[in-house]
Design a protein around this ligand. Structure first.
Ligand code: HMG
Length: 381
């Protein structure tokens, strides 16, 4: 059977960044709580002319410049910070990228799990039409209320993932483990731009879902824990991956230690939570920072509050050998904010019923130009 999986993977983030040391000074919290307790150094903050569309389009543009658009007939946009209740954010991306009309576009939502659902749908499409490739975009802005425990775990970022037959980076294996349960750990009502979260419950729900999904993976013919070389987890903050690996070791009896955690956290420590994109930022981080993974098996744990989760596995392909630390320079180029400027940006919410032009700030390829006649306008810079 033909291998299907991730052919290419690219990340994008925002114009601004907030250093958690700067936030700690403002909140009076020991900075070690953020850096060690949560495992986070910074978080990305969008400029007024950036959003999930501009980040997603920027990531996809860089990817498609390498791969071309041949065979792309589906664009799936996974997000939980949607910009419209009806229209898929991917429709704007389709236009910005100049894709032909013969492309189906849809948005997929289930908290941070959405991108994995999109990838599994993409694998199904490619299985049926091996000459087609599916562009999956995961893009999110993670926002919690100011001065709440969630505040230091905010962030923003996008991953563009091209799913194809005979993939260059990671073959996704057929067996996967699932675990879904209706739980009120984290959600965002339609009229709120910030999430409601029960932090402690969210951590235990995540860990219970992980062992549940693991057991289902084993029950469905997945590999033994000893046959998995690296584990990558959804990282709302990178300490969560440590907790997950410790729980999985306890659950399976394997000696996992902290292997691979630092390599899989390089980008996430600096982006913050990018919801749907977080697991795939972790995958990029591991591929870019751990040489010698070709031929090795990755275990990927995807969790979306609410909750739906999936444990899947993939085998690293030779194309990954050429990867290096490609995203740090983009993270270094972000413009630091002070707390006052960050809080002002956090408070900004554009009412959708007015005509408004956004200031020109971003230096990314695409910008959100504003709202005219209640509809959003985007442009290439
Ligand atoms: P908190 O109230 O800051 O927690 O909330 P804490 O006081 O327990 O401290 C956190 C850690 O820092 C603890 O370590 C402390 O010991 C340590 P742990 O017990 O966890 O190992 N600490 C220190 N370490 C070193 N030096 C110090 C120090 N002081 C304390 N001086 C919480 C933390 C994560 C709950 C909060 O930030 C939050 O609510 N975040 C948002 C929710 C979240 O991220 N949940 C994660 C699981 S759910 C998920 O992943 C889904 C999600 O991505 C959404 C989606 O699916 O759409 C969120």
């Amino acid at each position: 059977m033909t291998a299907i999986g991730i052919h290419d993977l690219e990340l994008a983030s925002t114009h601004h960044v907030l250093d958690l040391g700067v936030l700690a000074e403002h909140t009076g919290v020991d900075p070690a709580k953020y850096r060690l307790g949560l495992g986070q150094d910074e978080f990305s903050v969008p400029a007024p002319d950036e959003d999930i569309v501009t980040m997603g389009a920027s990531a996809a543009l860089a990817l498609l410049e390498r791969t071309g658009t041949r065979g792309v007939r589906t664009l799936l946009f996974a997000t939980e910070s949607g910009i419209d209740h009806s229209k898929a954010a991917g429709v704007f991306v389709h236009q910005l990228l100049g894709l032909p009309p013969q492309v189906r576009v849809a948005e997929i939502k289930q908290a941070c799990y959405g991108a994995t659902a999109a990838i599994q749908a993409a694998v199904g499409i490619v299985q049926r039409h091996p000459d087609e490739r599916v562009l999956v975009i995961a893009s999110d802005v993670a926002r919690y209320a100011l001065d709440s425990p969630g505040e230091p775990t905010q962030g923003a970022g996008a991953a563009a993932i091209l799913v194809s037959a005979d993939p260059a980076l990671v073959e996704i294996e057929a067996a996967s483990g699932l675990f879904s349960e209706n739980v009120d750990d984290f959600w965002r009502p339609n009229d709120s731009s910030t999430a409601i979260v029960d932090g402690k419950l969210s951590i235990s729900a995540y860990l219970d879902a992980m062992t549940g999904a693991w057991d289902d993976l084993v029950a469905h013919g997945g590999p033994d824990i000893g046959a998995i070389d690296r584990l990558v987890y959804h990282q709302p903050y990178t300490k969560m991956a440590k907790k997950a690996q410790a729980r999985l070791a306890e659950h399976t009896g394997a000696e996992l230690g902290e292997a691979g955690l630092a390599e899989g956290a390089v980008y996430n420590r600096r982006i913050g939570n990018a919801y749907t994109a977080s697991l795939y930022a972790g995958v990029a981080s591991v591929l870019d920072h751990e040489p010698g993974l070709v031929g090795k098996r990755l275990g990927l744990f995807s969790y979306g509050s609410g909750s739906v989760s999936e444990f899947l596995t993939g085998v690293v392909r030779p194309g990954a050998a050429g990867r290096d630390d490609r995203f740090t320079a983009a993270l270094d180029a972000r413009v630091p904010l002070d707390v006052a400027a960050y809080r002002e940006l956090h408070a900004q919410q554009l009412p959708s019923a007015v005509d408004v032009e956004t200031p020109r700030v971003t230096e990314a390829p695409f910008r959100f130009a504003g709202i005219r006649g209640a509809s959003r306008r985007y442009e290439r810079r």
